[in-house]
Write a protein that binds this ligand. Structure first.
Ligand code: PHE
Ligand code: ZN
Length: 879
């Protein structure tokens, strides 16, 4: 068995600069679905400081090499060496013009990397290392050059021919063919190259930048989707304006293209002026897309747009620095969404996501710092750690420096590094220098993996009216890093009276009295903060706005949690208190049932829910967040040995108990919110739908719910309500569910994105029957194992979001899933590797499940010719 860490691992410390400047790159594409030929002409200039007679090293993969010439001399066998993915031309003159010609086969490319086919068009995906599947080139982000791209193709089959930058020339050719030439004035790394060719329809809008540049905005989609582009276009306009207002950053070209495809491994891609998007993040109409979809579109459109500065204008030196562009750009898109919609709701969703996806990753076999030190396959490092934890770390920089200090740092970063490929250290240096502060110690967040734990304890002395908080930080060892150092942890805190009033705070060591939140900065392993003039033992409101991505330990009493839930000024703290109460109630029930004790409903939780349902002042979306019980996966993370069925049963018991006891309140709130008004896109309307459907999710656990769900389904004018009603019928196992599913299917069977939802709601159904249903659904005409969205919505949802199905004690879920990983590995290794990660937490289960999962991992690892992608994941898991 191969060890994920030996042989093919690449190390950050081994970075060496590329000896050559590539002055320009001309690409000539003769486009065809089956065969495309690519001619490349590039000018290499030896950089100063490199000794003459250097070799030129290029990367290439699966290319049929037709010819190579150097300074117009054709090269023969002995003039160059091809070794794996490298082509080496020894002793190249200091100025070398290299020409190559290759043939590639888009229609056979099922990995969706390089040039491939989607429906009626061809497109490229180059990040991270897909450009080498198009032509020979130094395919690394620190080699930046100016691209000039000429495409020719049959006009009727490929009426639209797009690439990066400006369209500078075009013409007709004999035989019904045409050609187009694009020039990108900005030097860029190869991973930002893109090309699209085919039959696409387009919607157009305009944006005038602050300095008066008129930018044409175009979204290309398949013709039947033309009526679903409005929201994406509005989001783009909002993003462009927001980046000017908040970051003082303007768009730099006259044209901005977005192309939507159904076949995409990821969410979207920020290619310079030619973004390519998974259609899931473009297409929306009220009847086809949920509120979450609308929000996702706004966020991802923003994300890719923001990359134009953070990623494209300033890019990464090498792939170890990925978080330089991703952490920062996620931070920017989070701020964008927070400024556009409710800040508090967005923040809570971000935190929920970090805790439920990134924490387990950081505690498992793939744990890595946001800037990894080594990898086998870079595609495996587009992770929640690099993205979401990376953004959380940028957020701490923002918290420490404040908005204006952070913006000063950004300004200096662009002044210093525009047009360069740089490192996270360069970013931190700009932040530090612009503010005259030292961030060296903070920099440990970049190199240390694992989730820090902060243990908080307190004491109150009534005689002296002093209150002391003691914080102790500890990061448990991770598989690749035994020793952990103390981190700089921003600690935002407030103190409440038992009745819920905010106390002013004054530290023993200072004189200022603060009315609201106080920001403290923890630097050492252990720190004490003593507050003076504290009239009573306070309720501590800890890590307000989640000021650091840590696990917070404090022994809250139910009364303290109740105070926070009802009175704290901070939405995160209120939400977190409600989640804590629910988590402890559910885990307590698990324990009781293991010990053969009867389950009972936690009285404090019941009271808290009653309070929330009666709260007509709070944002309904926040109430919905607080009343959504923690997911089974998150609960599993809190247990020593995961009790799959126990968690499910306990959570269900609580859900039912709350529903039964508070039926009247749920029904009343539901009725108020279900006011028959026509659909609106506003965030207020979304908030009302969120709470309404949360209520419905409880009501279907009572005798009242079925008719409500049926009525909602019949009268709904939007996908959020439709899907919630349908899910409700499935959740309660209603006899009406089958008909409702069938009607939904017959209405939407031709609609790829809507059918994804139909697959998912079935795959997520708990219990032993779902596996067979998933197998049946794989035969459905709308399903295709070649399509990543389909794989994610059926197979991915079953494996990752259906614990009682996937973890069936007989191992049937595991065997099925391992078969899918193996099947996918032959088609699309990136997606196969994502799916394989479902086994990552295997060591946390009981002996029976552990050994069943282990043997599936071994079966996958033993597959002959297994991709590096999957091999890295499964061998790490097995180690
Ligand atoms: N860079 C893309 C983003 O975060 C993600 C991506 C990575 C897309 C690799 C495709 C391939 O916006
Ligand atoms: Zn990104």
């Amino acid at each position: 068995m191969k060890d994920g860490l030996t042989g093919k691992s690449i190390f950050r410390k081994d970075y060496e600069p590329y000896p050559w400047d590539v002055k320009q790159l001309h690409l000539f594409f003769d486009i065809g679905r089956e065969t495309t030929t690519v001619r490349a002409e590039m000018q290499f200039h030896l950089k100063d400081g490199f000794k003459p007679s250097q070799a030129i090293v290029l990367n290439g993969k699966d290319l049929e090499l037709l010819s190579v010439s150097l300074n117009d001399r054709p090269l023969g066998e002995g003039d160059f060496v091809v070794n794996g993915e490298a082509l080496l031309i020894p002793d190249a003159p200091p100025i070398s013009v290299l020409k190559t010609e290759v043939r590639i086969h888009p229609a056979n490319n099922s990995a969706l990397e390089g040039l491939y086919v989607s429906g009626e068009f061809l497109l490229t995906q180059c990040e991270a290392q897909g450009f080498r599947k198009i032509t020979w080139f130094p395919d690394r982000p620190d080699v930046m050059t100016a691209y000039c791209v000429t495409m020719q193709a049959d006009r009727s089959e490929f009426p639209v021919l797009l690439s990066n930058g400006n369209r500078v020339a075009a013409g007709e050719l004999p035989g019904g063919r045409h050609w187009v030439r694009w020039e990108d004035p900005f030097r860029k790394p190869s991973y930002l190259f893109a090309l699209v060719a085919g039959d696409l329809a387009m919607v157009e809008d305009h944006f005038k930048t602050r300095s008066g540049r008129d930018v044409v905005l175009r979204i290309y989609v398949e013709a039947e989707n033309l009526d679903r582009c409005d929201h994406a276009m509005q989001s783009l306009v909002h993003a462009m304006r927001w980046d000017e207002d908040r970051f003082n950053l303007e768009y730099d070209l006259d044209i901005y293209h977005i192309v939507a495809t159904n076949d995409f491994n990821m969410g979207a891609m920020e290619n310079k002026s030619l973004n390519i998007f998974n259609s899931k993040y473009v297409l929306a109409r009220p009847d086809t897309a949920t509120d979450a979809d609308y929000q996702g579109i706004e966020g991802v459109i923003g994300h890719e747009y923001f990359h134009n500065w953070t990623g494209n204008r300033v890019t990464c030196r090498d792939w170890f620095e990925l978080t330089l562009k991703e952490g920062l750009t996620v931070f920017r898109d989070e701020e964008f969404s927070a400024d556009m919609q409710s800040r508090a709701v967005n923040r809570i969703r971000v935190i929920r996501d970090l805790r439920s996806r990134q924490f387990p990753e950081d505690d498992g076999p793939m744990s890595h710092p946001i800037r990894p030190d080594h990898y086998v396959e870079i595609n495996n490092f587009y992770t929640a750690t690099v993205y979401q934890k990376g953004a959380a770390i940028i957020r701490m920089v923002h918290t420490l420096l404040g908005e204006s200090g952070f913006q000063k740092g950004m300004k200096l970063y662009f002044e210093r590094h525009d047009g360069q490929a740089v490192t996270c250290d360069d970013f931190m240096a700009a932040m530090a220098d612009a503010n005259g502060v030292n961030l060296d110690r903070f920099g440990r967040w970049y190199s240390q993996s694992g989730t820090p734990q902060v243990h908080v304890s307190d004491r109150y002395d009534a005689a002296t009216r002093k209150y002391t908080l003691t914080l102790q930080q500890k990061t448990p060892p991770t598989h690749e890093q035994a020793d952990k150092q103390a981190l700089v942890i921003p600690f935002a805190v407030g103190l409440l009276t038992g009745a819920g009033g905010e106390l002013p705070t004054q530290l023993e060591t200072g004189t200022d009295v603060l009315e609201g939140t106080r920001l403290l900065v923890m630097e050492d392993e252990m720190q004490e903060y003593t507050f003076v003039n504290v009239p009573e033992k306070p309720v501590p409101s800890l890590f307000r706005d989640y000021s650091a991505p840590v696990r917070i330990f404090y022994d809250y009493s139910p009364a303290q949690l109740a105070t926070l839930i009802t009175h704290d000024s901070d939405a995160f703290v209120r939400w977190d208190a409600a989640q804590r109460m629910a988590v402890s109630a559910i885990l307590e029930l698990c324990k009781r049932s293991v010990n053969g004790l009867e389950m009972t409903l936690d009285a404090a939780l019941l009271k808290a829910f009653q309070g929330m349902l009666a709260d007509r002042a709070a944002d309904p979306a926040l109430l919905a967040e607080a009343m959504n019980l923690p997911e089974e996966d998150y609960l599993a993370e809190q247990m020593e040995v995961v009790d799959v069925d126990g968690i499910h049963a306990a959570r269900k018991f609580i859900q039912r108990g709350l529903a039964g006891n508070l039926m009247v309140h749920f029904a009343q709130r539901y009725a108020e919110l279900n006011d028959g008004q026509a659909y609106q896109k506003s965030s207020a309307a979304m908030a009302r739908r969120a709470l309404k459907n949360t209520c419905l999710g409880y009501l279907v656990e009572t005798g009242l719910g079925e008719s409500m769900a049926v009525a909602q389904l019949a009268s709904s004018d939007n996908m959020t309500d439709t899907l919630a009603a349908l899910k409700g019928l499935l959740q309660m196992d209603s006899p009406q569910a089958a008909t409702a599913l069938a009607e939904f299917e017959s209405r939407w069977k031709a609609d790829a994105l809507v059918m994804d939802k139909w697959f998912s709601i079935q795959a997520v159904q708990p219990g032993p029957n779902t596996l067979n249903r998933v197998k049946e659904l794989m035969q459905h005409p709308a399903f295709s194992i070649q399509n990543p969205n389909k794989v994610r919505s059926l197979i991915g949802v079953f494996a990752m979001l259906n614990p009682t199905g996937f973890h069936a004690a007989d191992g049937s879920g595991y065997a099925f899933h391992a078969d899918r990983v193996i099947e996918l590995d032959g088609l699309n290794p990136q997606i196969a590797a994502r799916m394989a990660a479902a086994f990552n937490r295997w060591k946390r289960y009981d002996e029976g499940r552990k050994s069943l999962m282990k043997s599936q991992l071994q079966r996958i690892a033993a597959v002959e010719g297994l991709s590096g992608d999957v091999s890295e994941i499964v061998n790490n898991a097995l180690r």
